[in-house]
Ligand binder design. Structure first.
Ligand SMILES: [Zn+2]
Length: 107
C-alpha cells in the first residue's frame, strides 16, 4: 500500500475516532443515573435502559481500541497486512473497515 492510500485510511480512522469520542461525550452528558430507590424497587425499564447504555458504551470502547490499534500499525508500518498470515488485506475490505486486522482468508 502506498503512502497516499495509507494516509487516506489514517484520515478515515481519525475521523471515526473523533466521532466515537463525540458520541461518548454526549452520552455522558445525557446520562441519567438510575436512582438507587428505583433499582431497589426494581423498575425494569430504568434498569434495562441502563444496561443498554452500558452495552453501547462497551461497544464504543472496543471500537476505539480497534481504531487506536490500527493507528499504531500505521505508525509502525504494519498497517494493511493481516496480523495472522502477513498477507496484504484487500483494500476494498479496508474501505469498509479501516481497522480490519485480518485478511478474508483468516477471519
Ligand atoms: Zn491472513
Amino acid at each position: 500500500m502506498n503512502i497516499g492510500e495509507q494516509t487516506r485510511f489514517k484520515i478515515m480512522l481519525l475521523a471515526h475516532r473523533e466521532e466515537l469520542l463525540e458520541l461518548e461525550q454526549s452520552a455522558l452528558q445525557a446520562a441519567q443515573p438510575v436512582q438507587s430507590d428505583e433499582v431497589t424497587t426494581g423498575r425494569p425499564d430504568a434498569i434495562q435502559g441502563q444496561q443498554m447504555a452500558q452495552e453501547t458504551q462497551r461497544r464504543r470502547t472496543r471500537d476505539l481500541a480497534r481504531i487506536d490499534a490500527a493507528l499504531q500499525r500505521i505508525a509502525n508500518g504494519s498497517y494493511g497486512r493481516c496480523v495472522q498470515c502477513a498477507e496484504e488485506i484487500d483494500q476494498r475490505r479496508l474501505e469498509i473497515n479501516p481497522a480490519a486486522t485480518h485478511c478474508a482468508q483468516c477471519v
